[in-house]
Write a protein that binds this ligand. Structure first.
Ligand code: LHQ
Length: 265
């Protein structure tokens, strides 16, 4: 079935066969985030948070870039401003929603991901990139710190030494290096990218969505939970999983030596 795209100005959004696709669509600006894009992203994420039929979400970009972060054309050069407010009512609002989407979110980084663009990618559950793509913590090039929770995620993903260096120097990290460092999941040959991304999202959409949803959050929780507390948390979540249709189907399929047909609940 071909994807039906909703009529938005800066993002292509489609839902088909339990998969939602969000394609940032300002290719001439390397999909930099404008005010309209923030608003449209918010509407899309609100729709997704309220749609339990979706079993996988794809985030990617149109053209040669994934996202160049904040649209700097919207900022008047030479002016100081309250960026805290911009973060709270733009990126942070959207990232909180992105985290509450039930289905796994795959970010397919099709080209350069800079500033907020790089860190929006890292907020997704599984990040894959074209081998030619690069990640740039470009914030300090314009006197800023990494935002979109970059300062929370990067030390955990790649360690403090590398995190500080790339944030301070703005050094581009190529996709394969990002995999070696543990920043992203995989780097894919450019020519294979669309096919492999498609396979990945279809596979995820056929897996037990409720369990995947718990997996999304429980790893993050591990950073603030104490050891015993976390054992309790796994026990409680596993109790819910054990009562799901997908668990019953998974075990039945294993016993009957056939492929499981998960329904996502
Ligand atoms: C752009 C952009 C862009 C507008 C390329 N805006 N047009 C910030 C402030 C507010 C709130 C809180 O959060 C933040 C977070 C941030 O995201 S700060 C970081 C903002 N982003 C950057 O500093 C990245 C700026 N871009 C670049 O360094 C380069 O464009 C990269 C390295 C991404 C790509 O380089 P190239 O492949 O050489 O492409 P290019 O520079 O020629 O860009 C192509 C076009 O895209 C060009 O337009 P033009 O009309 O001249 O063809 C650029 O002006 C435009 N563009 N980034 N962020």
């Amino acid at each position: 079935m071909t994807d039906k795209f909703h009529d938005l100005k800066t993002i292509k959004y489609s839902k088909s066969e339990q998969i939602a696709k969000i394609i940032l669509n300002r290719p001439d600006k390397l999909n930099a985030f404008s005010a309209t894009m923030h608003d449209e992203f918010f509407s899309i994420l609100t729709d997704l948070v309220n749609d339990n039929s979706i079993r996988c979400v794809l985030l990617s970009g149109e053209g040669r870039g994934f996202c160049a972060g904040q649209d700097l054309g919207e900022r008047k050069g030479g002016e100081k401003m309250d960026l805290g407010d911009k973060l709270e009512n733009g990126y942070n609002k959207n990232l909180r929603l992105l985290k509450s989407v039930q289905a796994p979110v795959v970010c397919a980084v099709n080209g350069v991901a800079a500033g907020a663009g790089a860190n929006i990618a890292l907020n997704c559950d599984i990040v894959v990139a074209k081998k030619s793509a690069k990640f740039i913590q470009s914030f300090s090039n314009i006197g800023l710190i990494p935002d979109c929770n970059g300062t929370w995620m990067l030390p955990k993903l790649i360690g403090l030494a590398k995190a500080k260096a790339i944030a301070m120097l703005g050094t581009p990290v190529m996709a394969e290096e990002a995999v070696e460092w543990g920043m992203i999941y995989s780097a894919i040959e450019d020519e294979q990218f669309d096919t492999e991304v498609n396979d990945l999202i279809n596979t995820l959409a056929s897996r037990p969505t409720r369990a995947l949803s718990f997996i999304k959050n429980i790893f993050d929780e591990s950073y603030s939970n104490r050891y015993g507390e976390h054992l309790d948390r796994e026990r409680d979540v596993q109790r819910v999983c054990g009562l799901s249709d997908d668990f019953a189907e998974g075990v039945a399929a294993f016993t009957e030596k056939r492929q499981p047909e998960f329904k996502g609940h």
